[in-house]
Design a protein around this ligand. Structure first.
Ligand code: SF4
Length: 340
């Protein structure tokens, strides 16, 4: 999950084809459209049922592919280290997401504490790995979201909601009952249980998963995630299926290029194109910097070079990707620039 992108970050289109650009711009309008009163009523009904389906899973947790089968009511003994209370690091306005998500006004991002991945380089590690944050009730969380909504925002982004999906749904349900009509973005590490993704059909408007690697050996070492590749593809397939059936609006897949791992990036892009083609939007990220356990790491202990990033951008275009966004990184100033 990439959550600390600076608000000044500007993403450029992956392709300069005017027809594709028009389609991507249209996506902004699609995502921007508010839920109609009938959609809100339907979603409230779906969510009431969904909470009653998912809540019992907390006693024998299989909410994510780790399938820890622990009782989250007794102790936070699972891989994510989370119990049943909602734990949140912040609820903040964020303008640095992909343009259709942030819009002009920004997204209301709810940064959930904890994560079901253990990335060595997590740029957000105090929140994801140390679970920095505070416990809130669904009522308190919904009140914080509604306060920001009343100021006028573009979307609601859940950042790493996977282990806390039940509490997130409870808070969102309260928001909907208070007239909240912004589209919902589910920003995750791509290590999702496809059955839970299926349950969220008609509830999530835009899926924003990562595709971190196409190499399970690397996934085990860097993300601490067994069988990441197949699970990632199955989860994205479930998300794409929702869009194709008209039950979600878009899938935007993020891939962060890492230094000295360009072959892996090429494999990720080829896999995504082979499986999903133009059914997904690609967000190719170049903002890697060493953090957490990679500060003095051999290959990951440095920033990504501009040359490395450009090679992967070109590869994406060669493969056929047109719909999506790229970033650019200024090695002198350390600032992400609008460069294409
Ligand atoms: S949500 Fe947490 S406890 Fe549940 S399966 Fe995933 S890592 Fe394990």
């Amino acid at each position: 999950m990439l959550v600390f992108t600076p608000d000044a970050l500007i993403r450029r289109f992956l392709c300069a084809d005017m027809e594709v650009l028009a389609e991507i711009c249209e996506l902004t309008g699609v995502i921007d459209s508010r839920l109609s009163p009938s959609e809100m009523d339907a979603r409230i009904g779906i969510m009431e049922d969904l909470i009653s389906i998912l809540q019992p899973q907390l006693t024998n947790c299989t909410l994510c592919p780790r399938r820890c089968e622990v009782n989250r009511y007794q102790e936070p003994a699972g891989e994510c280290g989370l119990g049943v209370d909602i734990r949140v690091a912040s609820v903040a306005c964020h303008k640095g997401e992909e343009p259709p998500i942030s819009g002009e006004e920004g997204a209301i991002n709810v940064f959930f504490s904890g994560c079901n991945l253990h990335c060595l380089h997590c740029q957000n590690w105090p929140i994801s790995q140390k679970r920095v944050g505070s416990t809130v009730t669904p009522e308190e969380l919904s009140a914080r979201i509604l306060k920001k909504w009343r100021r006028g925002m573009h979307s609601l982004g859940w950042v790493t909601p996977t282990p806390q999906i039940v509490g997130a749904l409870e808070a969102y349900l309260l928001c909907l009952r208070n007239g909240f009509d912004l589209p919902l973005i589910h920003n995750n590490g791509g290590y999702e249980n496809p059955e839970v993704v299926d349950h969220l059909s008609h509830v999530v408007d835009v899926w924003l998963p990562d595709a971190k690697t196409a190499d399970d050996t690397q996934a085990a070492k860097i993300q601490g995630a067994p069988n990441y590749v197949i699970i990632n593809l199955q989860a994205i397939a479930a998300m794409v299926n929702q869009v194709e059936e008209g039950n979600a609006r878009a899938v935007i897949v993020r891939h962060m290029v890492m230094p000295a791992h360009l072959d892996d990036s090429r494999q990720v892009l080829n896999l995504l194109w082979d499986k999903f083609g133009s059914s997904i939007y690609l967000s190719l990220m170049g903002q890697y910097f060493p953090a957490f356990h990679t500060v003095n790491h051999g290959s990951l202990g440095r920033k990504l070079s501009e040359e490395e990033y450009n090679q992967v951008i070109e590869e994406a275009r060669k493969i056929g990707f047109k719909q999506g966004w790229v970033q650019h990184y200024d090695t002198e100033t350390g600032v992400l620039l609008d460069c294409l």
